[in-house]
Write a protein that binds this ligand. Structure first.
Ligand code: KG4
Ligand code: ZN
Length: 353
């Protein structure tokens, strides 16, 4: 176990769980009371162009691209001023994600740890998303934001958490089928938009009418906090099929806008219900889908409507680092270091929170 006995630590973080190769170099301080990060280097090599012709991530190609990118990004970080000798530890994502991709980061991290004789801390990608709030420019004050409700919406996960503080949290809901990002990507494909579909749907939705088509809001009335997006995706498919049969013109922008509205309605309703039940002082939203500006704006507007009196209103904290990156991994690695939490240094594609 690595003892958390230093006021300031220099961290190199590595992320390769899906289709972004990312490294960051930060100095962390402040401990659990006020975790603070000074960013010295933050680089991401995206593989979007590589996977786009296939309409999704191809694991074997992702693996090869990570292997190519890792040494180049490491050199970029070193050229930017990192002296590996001054690192306190290296942290790497061990899961969840694509195992062949995860292994590339783990092997690279192991080599560096050995070469420079540094401790290696395995960390959880989902905690990375959760803690990405901490590396944002507008730093939340841990004394004021708990209890909190956290919503993680990514390509692989949809999770609702109740948090007592930074390190004590409980999962209260999750998707029973597709993740939100996955639904965005699949619906995008149905209307011939390229991968990744989320940003494309958001762009097209701006030209459409969100009230044009009344897509279902799955499980919105259920008492629990689980989500389901597979049925919503299927109703888009049926809508397209029925329109084609009836020789009705389809307006893709209306489909995009109406689908996006259905998703945000469900996410917002469930999250705000949890806020009320748990008397939360803040709502933290992270993961790739939280990059969606329309979703953020609808969250903000719904919070204002539901809590008209400002002093009762939970604070909305949206990560600036929504899509996969290595800063969030530095943040979760630091939290693991402070807590003495140790993950096995091996890829676990299904690692949970
Ligand atoms: O967190 P992330 O980068 O990777 C995972 O951990 O999965 O999330 C990727 C997902 C993809 O499904 C992508 O379509 C979605 O996030 N996404 C968006 C937007 N930007 C990325 N979804 C909706 N609106 C966006 N602007
Ligand atoms: Zn992610």
């Amino acid at each position: 176990m690595i003892l958390a006995n230093k006021e300031k630590v220099n961290i190199l973080s590595i992320e390769t769980s899906c289709d972004e190769t990312a490294l960051s170099f930060v100095t962390a301080s402040g401990g659990l009371k006020k975790p603070t990060f000074v960013v010295h280097g933050d680089v991401v090599a995206s593989q979007i162009k590589l996977h786009q012709p296939f309409g999704g991530v191809v694991p074997a190609l992702a693996k090869r691209a990570h292997i190519e990118h890792l040494p180049l990004l490491f050199k970029e970080i070193v050229d930017g001023g990192m002296r590996p000798e001054e690192l306190d530890f290296i942290t790497v994502t061990v899961g969840p994600g694509l195992e062949p991709a995860l292994w590339t980061g783990i092997e690279f991290a192991k080599q560096l740890a050995e070469q420079y004789n540094k401790p290696l801390i395995g960390t959880n990608h989902l905690e990375g998303h959760l803690y990405s709030i901490l590396v944002s420019k507008e730093k939340p004050d841990p004394k004021k934001i708990f209890p909190a409700i956290a919503l993680i919406v990514s390509g692989g996960h949809t999770l609702l958490l109740q948090m007592d503080d930074l390190t004590h949290f409980k999962k209260i809901g999750e998707t029973v089928d597709d993740a939100v990002g996955e639904a965005f990507d699949k619906v995008a494909r149905m209307i011939d938009l390229p991968y990744p579909g989320g940003p494309e749907i958001e762009r097209l939705a701006k030209e459409g009418n969100p009230m044009a088509i009344n897509f279902p809001r799955p499980m919105v009335g259920h008492k629990n906090y689980n989500f389901s997006f597979s049925g919503l995706k299927t109703s888009v498919l049926y809508y397209l099929r029925d329109s084609a049969k009836a020789k009705k013109d389809i307006v893709k922008a209306d489909i995009a806008a109406s689908f996006q509205r259905a998703v945000s309605d469900v996410l917002i309703k469930k999250t705000l219900r949890a806020v009320e039940e748990f008397d939360a002082k803040s709502i933290m939203i992270s993961g790739g889908v939280s990059a969606n500006r329309t979703l953020r704006a609808e969250f903000a507007a719904s919070i204002e409507k539901r809590f008209p009196i400002k002093k009762d209103r939970p604070e909305l904290l949206v990560s600036e680092f929504s899509t996969d990156n290595a800063l969030m991994i530095a943040a979760s690695g630091y939290m693991d270091y402070l807590r003495g939490k140790e993950y096995k240094i091996e890829a676990d594609g299904n690692l949970n929170l």
